[in-house]
Every structure is written in C-alpha cells, then in structure tokens.
Write a protein that binds this ligand. Structure first.
Ligand SMILES: [Zn+2]
Length: 234
C-alpha cells in the first residue's frame, strides 16, 4: 500500500510511540502532514476501550505530529486506531492533482512558473510568475485544464533516483531538490501522462476523470509579473 493512498484512505491501527506536547507520535501513520501547499489530514483517534479524541491538522516534523484533544488520555505503547476525515482528504487530493495540471498548462501556454500555491478542500490558489502577465487568459487556461480532466488521463506515481529526476528532459519543479537531505536517494515523482512530470510528496488521484471540472474564481496582482489565480470545482 502507498503510504498516502490519495483518496479514501482506510482507517489504520498502530501504537503510540511517544507524546510530544499535545501531539501523538505513532509507530506508523498514513496521515498526510501539512506540506507543499497542501493542508495536513484531520480525523479521529480511538483507543481500544472506545474512547476517542479529535485529531487536528497533522504536521510535519522530525517525526510526524498528530495533535489531539485530551493528550492525557493516551499512553506510550497503547494501540490506537486512526480514522482520517475522508471527505476533506479527497477534496485536497482532487484540488492538489488539479493544481499539477493547472500549473503545467499555464507553463506550456505562457512560459510562466508556479512560485507558490495553497490548496483547500473547497478552493485553491496558484501564484504564477510571468515574463508578461498580460498574456494570462483565464478562459483559455480553464478550458485547457477541463479538457485534460475529461480525457481519462492516468496519474502515475514513481520512485526515482535523484540523477534520473534531474536528468529527465520533461521534469518540472526540481529547484527545491537541493533542500532535501542527500541521504534520501529516491524521491516520489508524479506523472500526469503527457501533461506533467515532477517530484511531489502530496496526495493524488489515479486518473484525471476523478476530478470535477475547475472554475476560475479570479486573480490578484502580487507584484511584478506575478498573479495569484484562484479556482474551485463546478
Ligand atoms: Zn503533487
């Protein structure tokens, strides 16, 4: 099983390894921790006796942090079962995969680079850096994105070596790779066949047909050459 199954992650059982402030550290986790513009999972953590606590947004760290209400309920070594809020996760997964396509097509159309993004379950935004932002045409972008979404294009996940990633002529977004410790020799690469190829640790659908049509919401000027473009689903 993938560590972060993109949609409908099943509940999983594990043990409490330790607590840190108001967070649980778990022996194993399938929760997505906040990162790369995508919010962390939320949900519920249940003890064997049936008592449960709300799981707040899961956060990255040396070990993944699972903040809970009533941390005093939990003890090291206890078995717990974790349920991820599926509707919220599925929203993030669809929005995030749509963002790959959105960014890739904006680059293909106008040569602009994605320099930031914030994913939400209901709406998302992408910061695009243009040579000439007068080129931006929201109808053209939305139409192109929606035609990809309705074309049943497979989304594949690969684990590739750094050299292969850096040497691939179609690879996008490799600038951040120097920040990842060199002890990590393989990185996850996400491929929307024929549309996008880039290293990414977020969660993804397995086919573009799982994503609703996107709708353009608006743009904001964010300085020279920079536009913040928002979208949601129809
Ligand atoms: Zn991604």
């Amino acid at each position: 099983m993938q560590r972060h199954p993109g949609t409908n992650p099943p509940a999983f059982t594990t043990r409490v390894l330790a607590t840190k402030d108001d967070s649980l550290l778990l022996e194993e986790t399938h929760c997505y921790p906040r990162g790369g513009g995508q919010p962390g999972d939320t949900g519920n953590i249940r003890l064997a006796d049936g008592k449960s606590a709300a799981l707040h947004e899961v956060l990255p760290g040396e070990m993944i942090l699972h903040p809970v209400d009533e941390i005093e309920m939990f003890k090291t070594g206890q078995e717990v079962s974790c349920e991820i809020d599926i509707i919220r996760r599925n929203g993030h997964t669809m929005m995030h995969t749509a963002q790959h396509i959105f960014s890739a097509l904006a680059e293909d159309l106008w040569g602009c680079e994605t320099v930031g993004n914030q994913i939400g379950a209901d709406q998302s935004r992408v910061d695009l850096l243009f040579e000439d932002k007068e080129l931006f045409n929201p109808e053209e972008l939305t139409e192109t994105v929606n035609s990809v979404l309705s074309s049943n294009i497979p989304v594949n996940i690969h684990e590739w070596e750094r050299e292969k990633i850096l040497g691939h002529e179609k690879m996008r977004h490799t600038k951040f790779m120097h920040r990842i410790p060199t002890s990590i020799t393989h990185l996850r690469v996400v491929e929307v066949e024929g549309v996008d190829l880039c290293p990414c640790a977020g969660t993804h659908v397995s086919n573009t047909s799982q994503i609703p049509r996107v709708r353009y919401l608006g743009k904001k000027n964010k300085g020279k050459g920079r536009l913040r473009v928002s979208y949601d689903f129809e």
